[in-house]
Design a protein around this ligand. Structure first.
Ligand code: ADP
Ligand code: MG
Length: 740
């Protein structure tokens, strides 16, 4: 009697069963006006150029557009006039507050809201928004990481309007995209160096594009991201302290069914999820984000959203916005969105493929094969320069995407390997090989049908074959762009894009210098171009790899080729400080040595903090959930063994208890290993926490704590498999991954 009541109480209080019940009861949430037409709602909440024309005086408008287009800085006069119009528009959209919206190195976005509220001289309340607050603000930013640039006594960092990204209204606030810099001018965010890199690649690419077309005045770097994410029911999420605290499951045995049937990929989107997506798209479109594609991803409960590509600063802002919209909209639909790169072991993680290209003000994509041989020469020029840049800076590019969270993805057999290489496909490779081996004096043979003399007419139109794809490559050419696949789902795109833009800018500068030198010596322009292209093609073989990036042979081969094969995240970060990186960033004026140092400090610190939290949560879960459940089950079995002994004749007891003995021992062994592991982990953590040097501390977390966490997890997952399902308190993988 007493025992059964106890059992009942236990069941009642089992958070897992309550969570499951709630999760199954969540119906699809209806979306308001799901038929909203894009043409009507697009950019409704954005202060677009069209709206500026309506709200800002004509003489100011011209100056404003000029500075938006030409990277000029804002004057206070213009700021005042713009602020008046902006406030009027924002108030009409229901805004009562304004905020500078910036992207600190913590990740995510930051905002501090101020009301328009002010008082006139006679004490009457009014709304005010002056040019000076549009122009520049000083958020009390001492808590944002600066990696030592801004000591707390010199806490001043300020945010300043980035006119190249339009202001927008969300809810009751006017958001002004801003850069965030220290009082002494050093960048404290992702946007500042991204803008500098856009400017650098613009200048360098225009100089090279002018070999082909004098009308090219501006080259834009374009970004089209593909955001992957998981959805989990909020009731189940709440019952998993590890998801709540770290964004990923620190334990959990794989479900019997996961992604092996490939039945989720591109499958029918469940209604509950579709409603979430519909609302997310509506909200995105109102903010001018050109969301285009949605589908199921490979893992169960994994999905993707991709927009039409945009200029990379705007695209990067839009990605940040979409990530925060996802979190908000998911809650309305009783979901939680997981942007972590690896929320679940055993199924695919999430990436954020960054599709990148360069395009001119004349409408030419410099990375697309052209319509005539001359354009193709231009295409090959840019292609080979990108290859060289990626080769020289392959370690840096890896550093730009590494984090404690993305480290779970890289190197595992599902995502890009932890070695950066470029996939080109057979057609492009063949074309490049022909050019590389062509005899400059004889002309180059492109195919059997045509033999051409060297000069303008020498490269045929390169055909595109979109089926020629390789999913294992971290950096793939996909017909008219490069797809940087190693970027993590939770990352700020800016980190990867600024490294890529800057690396390519440096390479294009070198290229221009070399070709100009040949021309000065009297070489004809095309011959000079060909000569340098041939040399670069010969030099950039190391980075080109079309084979299986997951294979062990590739790891061996890559090492021989001199590519960066480091797998430890804290050591990968060192690449920011290599001589080649420091020189490149200085030459392109994207980041100074001091800024690079500070970024590394922040990255190492972030790495350690993430692992510190994970390791604490793992310890707690093991002590509070796993071991009590294991012990309880073990006790039940032990009691059973005793009862069998009391009731059955001695010669039958051994056989009857055999199974129980096995499980009792298994539990004992796993529990002992877990207790030992947790003790070691806690000791190692205490030790690491005392290391002052951020780099050394991150290395300690990587080397000493990660392996212990993995080991503990294995034992926990084994226990999960053997004990009574009813006693297990944490929602299981099969429950979290298959509820829509
Ligand atoms: P896939 O899954 O085949 O890579 P998606 O349609 O999911 O294709 O995503 C393609 C992404 O590439 C989109 O974000 C798209 O805007 C972007 N994209 C297409 N062309 C370019 C380009 N020239 N420059 C940059 N991004 C591009
Ligand atoms: Mg893609």
């Amino acid at each position: 009697m007493r025992q059964s009541r106890h059992k009942q109480q236990y069941k009642m209080s089992n958070i897992r069963f309550e969570a499951l019940k709630n999760a199954w009861s969540h119906e699809p949430v209806e979306v308001k006006n799901p038929t909203n037409r894009a043409s009507v709602i697009f950019a409704q909440n954005v202060f677009t150029r069209e709206k500026m024309k309506e709200y800002i005086a004509r003489n100011i408008l011209e100056q404003l557009f000029d500075l938006m287009d030409n990277e000029k800085t804002l004057s206070r006069d213009i700021a005042n006039s713009v602020a008046i119009g902006m406030k009027k528009w924002a108030m009409e959209q229901g805004a009562t507050h304004y905020t500078h919206w910036f992207q600190p190195l913590t990740g995510g976005t930051a905002e501090k809201h101020d009301a328009f509220l002010s008082f006139s001289e006679d004490g009457a309340p009014m709304e005010e928004f002056s040019g000076s607050v549009l122009y520049q603000q000083e958020p009390d930013a001492s808590s944002f990481p600066s990696g030592g640039i801004r000591n707390t006594f010199e806490a001043r960092g300020y945010s300043a309007w980035d006119p190249s990204s339009p202001a927008f209204v969300i809810g009751d606030r006017l958001c002004i995209p801003t850069i965030f810099v220290a009082y002494t001018g050093e960048a404290l965010d992702y946007k500042t160096p991204l803008l500098r890199s856009i400017s650098a690649v613009n200048k360098a690419a225009v100089a090279v594009a002018n070999y082909f077309d004098r009308n090219v005045k501006r080259v834009y770097s374009y970004l089209g991201w593909e955001q992957e994410y998981f959805l989990v029911d909020e009731a189940l999420f709440a019952a998993r302290p590890d998801l709540v605290m770290t964004g990923r499951t620190l334990m959990g045995h794989y479900a019997s069914k996961s992604q092996q049937l490939d039945d989720h990929y591109f499958g029918i989107i469940p209604e509950r999820v579709l409603n979430f997506m519909t609302e997310l798209e509506i909200e995105s479109m109102k903010l001018g984000i050109p969301v285009k594609t949605r589908h199921n991803e490979v893992a169960p409960n994994q999905f993707e959203l991709a927009p039409i590509y945009e200029e990379s600063n705007l695209a990067s802002d839009h990605n940040q916005l979409v990530m925060s919209l996802m979190e908000q909209v998911a809650r309305r639909h009783h979901f939680r969105v997981l942007l972590h790169e690896k929320p679940f072991g055993g199924v695919n993680g999430s990436g954020k493929h960054c599709n990148w290209s360069l395009g001119t003000n004349t409408g030419v994509n410099l990375l697309a094969p052209g319509k005539n041989p001359y354009q193709n020469l231009q295409f090959v020029t840019f292609l080979v320069n990108v290859l060289m840049a990626v080769q020289r800076h392959n370690g840096l590019l890896k550093a730009s995407i590494i984090s404690a969270t993305n480290a779970h993805r890289l190197g595992a057999n599902e995502a890009p390997p932890a070695i950066i290489s470029v996939f080109l496909g057979t057609q492009i490779t063949e074309a490049l090989n022909q050019i590389e081996h062509a005899d400059l004096d004889k002309g180059i043979i492109i195919n059997a049908k045509k033999e051409m003399k060297l000069g303008v007419g020498n490269i045929p139109e390169i055909l595109l074959d979109n089926t020629d794809r390789n999913r294992t490559s971290p950096f793939a050419f996909t017909g008219n762009r490069f797809e940087f696949r190693a970027v993590g789902s939770s990352a700020n795109c800016g980190a990867a894009m600024l490294a890529l833009n800057a690396a390519v800018a440096e390479q294009l500068m070198l290229f221009r210098e070399e070709v100009d030198a040949l021309i000065e010596k009297g070489e004809a322009k095309e011959r000079a171009l060909f000569a340098v292209i041939k040399r670069l093609l010969h030099e950039c073989h190391a980075i080109r790899f079309d084979g299986n990036g997951y294979s062990d042979e590739w790891k061996e081969e890559a090492r021989k080729r001199g590519l960066d094969c480091e797998t430890s995240a804290p050591l990968i970060i060192d690449n920011y400080l290599s001589n080649t990186s420091v020189e490149m960033f200085a030459k392109t004026r994207v980041l100074t040595k001091a800024e690079l140092l500070s970024r590394c400090e922040v990255k190492w610190e972030n790495y350690s903090m993430k692992l510190q939290i994970e390791s604490r949560v793992l310890g707690d879960l093991v002590i509070n959930h796993v071991l009590p459940a294991a012990k309880r089950y073990q006790t039940m079995l032990l009691q059973n063994v005793l009862s069998v002994k009391q009731i059955f004749p001695e010669d039958e007891v051994g056989k009857l208890n055999q199974q129980d003995y096995i499980i009792i021992r298994q539990i004992e062994e796993h529990a002992a290993a877990i207790i030992e592991g947790v003790e070691k982990m806690n000791g190692a953590r205490k030790h690491a926490n005392h290391i002052e040097n951020q780099r050394e501390r991150a290395i300690a977390f990587h080397d000493n704590i990660v392996p212990l966490m993995e080991d503990i997890r294995k034992h926990v997952d084994d226990i999960e498999m053997v004990i009574d399902d009813e006693l297990w308190t944490l929602p299981k993988y099969r429950e979290m991954l298959f509820i829509h």
